[in-house]
Design a protein around this ligand. Structure first.
Ligand code: HEM
Length: 194
């Protein structure tokens, strides 16, 4: 099960043929891609693709549709939540958010990563599988990884060194590219303040 921000979820609206199609109800996300094989039901539900069927129906008296949606038993694949925002954390405070502490309304524990001054919650959108315990990039969880990623290095000394002024031009470009990837994928929850 994945956590989604509302914005991430809304992109699974059927416009991108390579992506599955989702509808949410009460913040739970359902994969309705199977509707592509059912013309009749597709026409009933397609206006809710990438949307919350409960929200959309609020002003309409057709509650039967929500009941029908429930009875379809589409697979539940995740949950929408609002990520934290405007956090101001020191690097040693980031360490707490390494995936071990549970976070209220989400499915997965929050995992924060610092990159070029920003803090990302990489537990959204399936990122937890990279950074949680046992994941291939667990060593980055709760860390400012600007130097490590810029140098494409798993070395402890690069993970512990966050002084980006030591980077050469090529490494700076690499850091910018990572920043682009993170910005399109994960919510920014705050800034590093030391
Ligand atoms: C042996 C070489 C490597 C291979 C084969 C490899 C392979 C991969 C693959 C397949 C993914 C998943 C992509 C996806 O599904 O979106 C990934 C993600 C990632 N890789 Fe590597 N990788 C390698 C080296 C490195 C190095 C040297 C670094 C940095 C030190 C690195 C950092 C990352 C990070 C941070 C992610 C996760 C990005 C995200 O959060 O979406 N990788 N890698």
């Amino acid at each position: 099960m994945e956590d989604f921000t509302k914005e991430q979820f809304s992109k699974f609206n059927g416009n991108d043929k390579d992506k599955p199609v989702f509808i949410s109800l009460n913040d739970y996300v359902y994969d309705v891609s199977s509707l592509n094989n059912n013309k009749e039901k597709y026409t009933i539900y397609n206006r809710f693709f990438g949307k919350d069927i409960g929200d959309e129906m609020k002003n309409v008296s057709d509650f039967k549709l929500i009941d029908s949606f429930k009875s379809e038993n589409f697979p539940s694949i995740g949950k929408i939540s609002i990520p934290k925002s405007n956090l101001m954390l020191k690097r040693n405070e980031l360490l707490k958010f390494n995936g071990e502490n549970n976070n209220e309304k989400k499915i997965n524990n929050s995992i924060y990563i610092g990159l070029n001054g920003n803090i990302y919650d990489v537990s959204y959108h399936g990122g937890d599988k990279f950074y949680k315990e046992g994941g291939p990039y667990q060593m980055f969880a709760g860390k400012d990884v600007s130097v490590a990623l810029a140098k494409m290095s798993f070395d402890k000394k690069d993970i512990e060194n966050y002084n980006i002024s030591s980077l050469n031009e090529e490494e700076k470009i690499c850091l910018k590219n990572w920043e682009k990837t993170f910005k399109t994928k994960y919510p920014i929850v705050g800034n590093i303040i030391d």
